[in-house]
Design a protein around this ligand. Sequence first.
Ligand code: ZN
Ligand code: ZN
Length: 355
Amino acid sequence: MQIRIEKLRVKLKKEKIDALLVNDPANRRYLSGFTGTAGSLLITQQDAMLVTDFRYTEQAEVEAADYEIIEFNDSKLEMLSQLINEQQIEILGFEAEHETYDQYLKYQDKLDLELKATKGLVKEIRKVKDQTEVTKIKEAVQITEEAFFEIQQSLQPGVIERDIAAELEFLLRKKGASGKSFDFIVASGKRSALPHGVASEKEIEVGDLVTIDFGCLYKGYCSDMTRTVVVGDGPTKKQKEVYYTVLEAQQESLKGIKAGVKASDVDQVARDIITKASYGDYFGHGLGHSVGLEIHEGPRLSPKDDTVLEPGMVLTVEPGIYLPDWGGVRIEDIVVVTEDGCQVLNKFNKELIVV
Ligand code: ZN
Ligand code: ZN
């Protein structure tokens, strides 16, 4: 954690902030290793403190070894105020994207210093993953693929989408995941035209395209994977045509990913292929997003994001085509950006399969 703290300190210096108060759960975990759900980090140029209550002190001592663990009794804010005075902190940064306005008013009332709103200081550092993070994401992806392999046999006509989602979650947990990384999308038939069609009561029918978008949490890190299959009978000519357009867009954009390339340019690769096949109006979302402690992180592979890719960024690549009143196809893998390309973490088949 020391390297992460040092990176933050460089940013604090630049921003002329004496200390940063970290309450965002993902940022807190990233900077300290602490997995508890209550506690504040207070990070200065010299010190790194974790303020929490008696329920978590023991756990914090173990998990956040680089931090001085400070237990408060009645009021965390009073303890913070005391520490701030002791440390002679004059400018305190807080996480504008996380704190509520109510919380801000309380800080103003109780803390005798200048408050400075910060945005994305820690998230910026989180954009590039280190080896330990990549390893956890790899394992999350592996669990996800094993679960998908097993769920295929349940994709039968008459089965309800929601039951597939429930079974998937069970499989993921059985394989070591601590939970799901988001509400699964199981969208069959015409519903597969909904890019975010959360599993419903609909029965899967013969000939349906079924899009399954799901992922797990493993040691705090998320996976995210989508496959689209045909159930029972098919595929039809049109299903094949749409599917292989999406697959080509996915594979070509994978080839376009490497350090130094702009995120928006990778999105463009997929968009051009889909547009050329005359489905340009039906790919209504960005090509992908970063994944880490949270399911949607920056940068994004989108027309609006000009971030230059760096080695160690972990991104999804998930083009799709969604035709109203017909259905849709999406294929999603996770990759790690390298100096001269990318490593695709998924191994699962991407040919159109009939289950
Ligand atoms: Zn997904
Ligand atoms: Zn995704």
